[in-house]
Write a protein that binds this ligand. Structure first.
Ligand code: PLP
Length: 444
């Protein structure tokens, strides 16, 4: 008997009791290899001494003081580290309690930016289909994840969604990757002109799409083109790096790979690595100046924003990533992981594509590799993979509706940055076993 209102009210949830490195243990003593850090969260694994010590130390000093009255030492230090290490010319970091809150804050910041500059008609967010920016109503309005939107559609804002950058499915046979990227990026300009540039506040995208598409990076040239289009029409560019950022792809910000700078960055997950709930918005000098030189007051806040314990945990996580050389580890381990996946799934009849970057990879499952036909959605292949994985002591992140919210299945693998080559080999073996068992459960 459980009194917890679980997400799945009919599921019999194992109760987690401890974690060590990349392993999690439940109350029955069963051990699980955490190959996705939950949902790309636990980037340092589960028992990092330095982070635990930082949390203990901060709770002992001061756990909470309202940000309407005080700043705190960990918030100040974390903000400095975040701003100094961000791409481009960033000015300030604002801390909230997770990814959805960070997206909400970013959406509001964009609106206030335009108001302060005398452009009150700019109220529209443009986002992409097959994206996810959070579950609160503003963030969900921006999200193009059809399955998560469906129930709440009447509550949502009527914002715009253009095509994602998803070459495996959408690139024409006679098109280069670059030409494809420019074609879909140009949908942004078409949409801005359709709705009227004077109504558009910001364009938000995940530089490497996470849960909804399964680790799909923008093709070369795509981000540069959307940057140009945003500049042309005075639209703010927001990179949602909640899942792909903070080292997950081998660079601190995933978009560093593309050399394109946003006006607003949104990060969470790997920021606090699960040791505390935290997300952040990092604003460029231009965005911050509009508020600072205008009304001087950002009309947004939460009780727990800038929480000292959350900031202390995130500070320790970010220092650990730097001092333990974990970006280099993700780059090297990412190449190993890719090679292992190619070896295991390169000729697999039901893996259509292996994709992603660093420790952020996706496998798209197909019924047929040549035609790229999906499995019948009624089979819920992703759920079968999840069940088979859990039975076998593996946590990965399978998801359905890859193509349009209904059809398609993929499996996301996002191990902690500390994962060794031997552990990567075990992950790939267990992922292979889960996929094979899921497929054979429907073919017999
Ligand atoms: C890209 C992206 N943005 C936003 C969110 C929302 O973050 P949270 O679940 O912490 O509210 C997520 C969560 O998966 C995400 O992957």
């Amino acid at each position: 008997m459980s009194y917890v209102f679980h997400r799945d009210t009919r599921a019999d949830m194992p109760v987690v009791v401890r974690g060590e490195g990349i392993w999690i243990e439940d109350s029955n003593g069963k051990r699980y290899l955490d190959a996705s850090g939950g949902a790309a969260v636990s980037c340092l694994g589960h028992s990092h001494e330095r982070v635990i010590a930082a949390v203990r130390d901060q709770v002992g000093r001061i756990a909470f003081a309202h940000t309407g009255a005080f700043s705190s030492e960990p918030a100040e230090q974390l903000a400095e580290l975040m701003v100094r290490n961000a791409p481009g010319r960033m000015a300030r970091a604002l801390f909230v309690s997770g990814g959805s809150e960070a997206t909400e804050a970013a959406i509001k910041l964009a609106r206030q930016y335009h108001m302060e500059r005398g452009e009150p008609s700019r109220h529209r967010i443009i986002a992409r289909r097959q994206s996810y920016h959070g579950n609160t109503l503003g963030a969900l309005s921006a999200s193009g994840n059809m399955a998560r939107r469906a129930l709440y559609q009447p509550y949502l804002q009527d914002w715009s969604h253009i095509a994602p950058c998803y070459p495996y499915r959408d690139r024409h046979h006679d098109e280069t990757e670059e030409a494809y990227g420019l074609r879909v990026a140009d949908e942004l300009e078409t949409e801005i002109l359709r709705v009227g540039p004077e109504t558009v506040s910001a364009f938000i995208l995940e530089p490497v799409v996470g849960a909804t598409l399964g680790a799909v990076a923008a093709v070369p040239g795509y981000l540069a083109r959307v940057r140009t289009i945003c500049d042309r029409y005075g639209v703010l560019l927001m990179f949602d790096e909640v899942m792909c950022g903070m080292g997950r792809t081998g660079t601190l910000y995933a978009s560093e790979f593309d050399g394109v700078v946003a006006d607003i960055y949104i990060v969470a997950k790997g920021l606090g690595a699960g040791y505390q709930p935290i997300g952040a918005v990092i604003a460029s000098e231009g965005v911050y100046a509009a508020i600072h030189d205008g009304s001087g007051f950002f009309q947004h806040g939460h009780t727990y924003m800038g929480h000292p314990v959350a900031c202390a945990a995130a500070l320790a996580v970010q220092v650990a990533i730097r001092e333990e050389g974990l970006l280099a580890r993700v780059q090297a381990g990412g190449a190993t992981l890719r090679a292992l996946l190619e070896e295991r799934f390169g000729n697999h009849a039901h893996v259509g594509e292996i994709r992603g970057r660093g420790y952020f990879v996706g496998l798209e499952l197909v019924a047929d590799r040549t035609s790229k036909a999906t499995f019948d959605p009624a089979l819920a292949m992703h759920s079968r993979v999840k069940t088979a994985a859990m039975e076998n002591g593996l946590i990965c992140y399978p998801m359905g509706g890859t193509i349009d919210g209904k059809s398609g299945d993929h499996v996301l693998v996002a191990p902690p940055y500390i994962t060794t080559d031997d552990e990567l080999a075990e992950i790939v073996e267990r992922v292979g076993d889960a996929i094979d068992r899921a497929i054979s459960s429907v073919s017999h």
